[in-house]
Design a protein around this ligand. Structure first.
Ligand SMILES: NC(=O)c1ccc[n+]([C@@H]2O[C@H](COP(=O)([O-])OP(=O)(O)OC[C@H]3O[C@@H](n4cnc5c(N)ncnc54)[C@H](OP(=O)(O)O)[C@@H]3O)[C@@H](O)[C@H]2O)c1
Length: 438
């Protein structure tokens, strides 16, 4: 029986609300369903194909959660970073807490890892080359499947011609479906001038040639393989056009206004995870019963990396181009004194907040190996918090994802083993996603 492939677009319109949090029920997912059916009988097999998404910094605190959540919803994900080597891992490591939304400890064939270094441009094409070779392999596999071959005995010449056309069309659709359409960008930590490098990467990725046109120098085909959507992780305290990621944010707006890219920028507040993944906090909580800041009694809407990731997933996958920023704030305003008090309850021992001067905090950061310019910026941010810079919250997470954001107490309860003294071996590092090589 001959195969007769067709493509069906399913649109699920039951998703959560719009990014601005004001309107409910916008479309959130699109599934391109490639159905293989026989010419004379109904389909017996259905393959769901979703375009791969590239997560730069996909081994870090937020990136690993984005990757896990996307993979759990059947999106092929390419995790790219310096430690993302192309060999399978079976270890379910982690800071910290189970990523309940995505079940990151589960083996998932949608996760792929590729070596990538922001500071080495020769590695920038790795994720795209990887996906391209995976697509070729997939197409070869399908072509050689005897069930995909028309039988010369049971079809007419006209039918065979139609099938050949279908097959060519399907191949083109597969190539498109397997193109990296969206990229999530997380800056390399500690690099002050990362913005220039990241904007160069955006230009590189949006101008990639179409498959088969790699040697062409101009024309539409030249840019036909380019990434369509870019989603940036910035910070609540950085305005578009401002320093660091603010520059990349401004660049997105500029390109977006000319219709050259689809874009979104996430501006999360301070992460709840900082207390369980950053050495300075982990050690001082565990060994001294102290947390240090220069924030006075300034308040912060602490946000869970799970919730940032959930918003990122929406920004990467929503069918309508977001072309906006998402101010991702946690559900409650807490000072460092409040955090110390919650940790005291959760750990059953007194944790105190030591309020340093900005200069003393800067020296403390440097003692943990933070570069000078970066530690000076970080302590300046604490001064901003002291004077109310972070004193606001919103309902964006609930509006965009349909799920209420986690509280700090919930998070602290889920990772309290990290702050236990001797007896429990504590490995402090970002969540690592378990993945399967292609
Ligand atoms: N922490 C907060 O409270 C907070 C609040 C708001 C905004 N932010 C922003 O969030 C971002 C950090 O996010 P995060 O905490 O999720 O990151 P993270 O855990 O520090 O992870 C950084 C990621 O970048 C990768 N990376 C580092 N250097 C690289 C390089 N040279 N080339 C390629 N990849 C590299 C790392 O993997 P490899 O080491 O394997 O390369 C890792 O996957 C920063 O831009 C920060 O300003 C943080």
């Amino acid at each position: 029986m001959a195969a007769n492939p067709s493509v069906v677009i399913d649109r699920d319109t039951t998703g959560p609300a719009a990014p601005d949090g004001t309107a409910a029920g916008t479309t959130t997912t699109t599934t391109t369903r490639i159905t293989t059916s026989t010419t004379t009988a109904p389909s017996t097999s259905t393959t769901k194909v979703k375009s791969p998404i590239l997560v730069l910094g996909g081994t870090g605190t937020v990136g690993s959660r984005i990757a896990a959540q996307l993979a759990a919803s059947h999106h092929p994900v390419v995790i790219a970073s310096r430690s993302a080597k192309s060999s399978p891992s079976t270890s379910a490591s982690s800071d910290s807490e189970p990523n309940k939304r995505a079940n990151s400890t589960e083996k998932n064939e949608n996760l792929h890892r590729v070596y990538f270094d922001w500071l080495d441009r020769s590695t920038w094409s790795n994720p795209f080359n990887y996906i391209s070779s995976l697509t070729k392999q997939q197409l070869e596999k399908e072509k050689s499947d005897p069930r995909a071959q028309p039988s010369p005995y049971s079809t007419t010449a006209a039918e065979r011609e139609a099938l050949a056309q279908d097959s060519a069309q399907r191949e083109e659709e597969q190539k498109q479906a397997w193109k990296i359409q969206s990229v999530y960008l997380i800056a390399p930590p500690g690099v002050m001038d990362a913005a220039g490098v990241m904007m160069d990467f955006v230009d590189f990725a949006r101008r990639l040639p179409a498959p088969g046109f790699e040697d062409s120098t101009e024309g539409e085909a030249r840019d036909g393989g380019g990434v369509k959507r870019f989603v940036l992780q910035s910070a609540s305290c950085i305005e578009p056009g401002g320093p660091a990621m603010g520059k990349v944010h401004g660049y997105f707006r500029e390109l977006g206004s000319r219709g050259e890219i689809e874009w979104a920028v996430l501006r999360p507040s301070w992460f709840q995870q900082n207390f369980a993944v950053q050495d300075n906090h982990v050690q001082s909580i565990r060994d001294e019963g102290k947390i240090y800041s220069a924030t006075g009694d300034g308040k912060i809407p602490w946000i869970s990396a799970d919730d940032i990731a959930a918003v990122a997933v929406q920004a990467l996958t929503m069918p309508v181009a977001p072309n906006t920023e998402f101010l991702v704030l946690g559900p409650e305003l807490l000072s460092y004194d409040d955090i110390a008090s919650t940790l005291s309850d959760v750990l059953g021992k007194k944790i105190v907040h030591v309020d340093l001067t900005s200069g003393d905090l800067e020296r403390r950061h440097r003692s943990f190996g933070m570069p000078e310019d970066y530690s000076s910026m970080m302590s300046a941010l604490d001064t901003g918090i002291k004077y109310g810079m972070e004193n606001r919250t919103n309902d964006l997470v609930l509006s965009v994802t349909g799920v209420a954001p986690k509280t700090f107490r919930e998070y602290a309860e889920s990772v309290k083993h990290v702050w236990q003294p001797s007896g429990v071996e504590t490995v402090v590092k970002p969540v690592e996603v378990v993945w399967t090589a292609a």
